[in-house]
Design a protein around this ligand. Structure first.
Ligand code: GTQ
Length: 351
């Protein structure tokens, strides 16, 4: 065997001897630090509701919402176990609230979205106003607003929590505090925000009540579903997305939340979509119907046959193709607003 080249030995000696000073050579890591294209450590994953539901039920038997504060099973990316993250920037979980329970009031800098998966009639209260939950409703908890959840009906209610927890952790910019009371006192009747901002109209005077976040807490499914059905009758079908709309902040036309962009899309019966990739990894919640998501990444191709109430995650820059024989409706959210603010968002639609 040849003796190591003097340069290799000299390099190893340099690395070893400078290491106590917390110095390390860039040239050994440059390629991974500045990759030629996104190389997410995340993998695609699919949570079938029929498989998750029994564990949610068991969680309901071993801990109360009160004790847990939030009784949530976190959807962890299989490649990021232990990090409470579904992608490097996004958090997702399924929250259960049983009849009679209250998830006590608190507030935090992290922004949350709720997408109702099962059950009708639980409420979330934000800043003195309650919103009743129905399957398919998209509900916002703006950063630093008091919020508590409760269930005064007879059935369990489950929703998808989408938060920017990993982003806020990355910036080391998170604050949180608990409310003095279990439930916040109500200062406005239900529907006040929607009356002011939910009809393509806005108050004549006054600022945006939640700054960069939408003044509407709840985007009822009844409305958004109707929009998609109308589109199906009158708009051309998009070969990649089917019929897809983004939720907006009515005061700006932009994203409803500074860190997250939610979407709703309908794939008509027989949809056989084309593939596309985007730098924002996406979390999907299947609202109605069934279909197939084919995700092609560096380690191969995965195929998820999804049904209503299933969830799946598509990592950054992996190619997604959607198909549906009978038709379906999909909710999804990504970190697109942050990438757009940084001028780095990129999308590629493959022919
Ligand atoms: O409902 O406030 O899934 O603070 C994680 C953190 C839900 C909530 C989560 C939270 C909440």
């Amino acid at each position: 065997m040849d003796a190591p080249l003097p340069s290799a030995t000299a390099r190893q000696a340099l690395y070893r001897e400078m290491s106590p000073l917390n110095l390390t050579p860039l040239w050994e890591v440059l390629h991974a630090l500045v990759p030629p294209q996104p190389a997410s450590p995340c993998v695609p994953a699919h949570w079938k509701y029929e498989e998750v539901r029994p564990y949610l039920k068991r969680a309901g038997e071993i801990i109360t919402a009160e004790e847990a504060v939030r009784r949530v099973l976190i959807l962890e990316n299989p490649a990021l176990r232990g990090q409470s993250a579904v992608t490097q920037s996004l958090y997702a979980g399924l929250q259960l609230i049983l009849p009679g329970e209250v998830a006590p009031s608190h507030r935090h800098t992290q922004s949350a979205l709720r997408f109702i998966v099962e059950g009708t009639g639980a409420y979330t209260a934000v800043d003195g106003e309650r919103t009743t939950m129905h399957p398919g409703d998209f509900i916002i908890t703006p950063s630093w607003t008091w919020h508590d959840h409760g269930n005064e009906v007879e059935e369990p209610v489950v929703w998808l929590d989408g938060l920017d927890i990993p982003m806020i952790r990355f910036f080391d910019a998170g604050f949180a505090e608990n409310g003095a009371a279990r439930s916040q006192s109500l200062t406005r009747p239900e529907g006040s925000s929607f009356a002011r901002y939910g009809h393509n109209m806005a108050p004549v005077r006054g600022d945006a009540p939640f700054g960069a976040t939408s003044p509407i807490f709840s985007y009822p499914y009844e409305r958004s579903r109707e929009a998609l059905h109308q589109l199906e009758r009158c708009a051309p079908l998009d070969a990649w997305d089917g019929y897809k709309l983004r939720y907006i902040n009515p005061l700006t036309g932009g994203t409803p939340m500074p860190t997250l962009q939610p979407f709703l899309q309908r794939l008509p019966a027989g949809f056989d979509g084309q593939g596309w990739r985007q730098t924002d990894g996406a979390v999907y919640s299947v609202v109605e119907g069934a279909g197939t998501a084919t995700i092609e990444g560096p380690k191969g191709t995965l195929r998820f046959d999804f049904q209503a109430r299933d969830h799946f995650v598509v990592p950054s820059w992996q190619t997604l193709r959607l198909q549906s024989t009978a038709g379906c409706v999909l909710f999804s959210f990504t970190d697109r607003p942050v990438q757009q603010a940084l001028g780095i968002h990129k999308e590629e639609r493959l022919a």
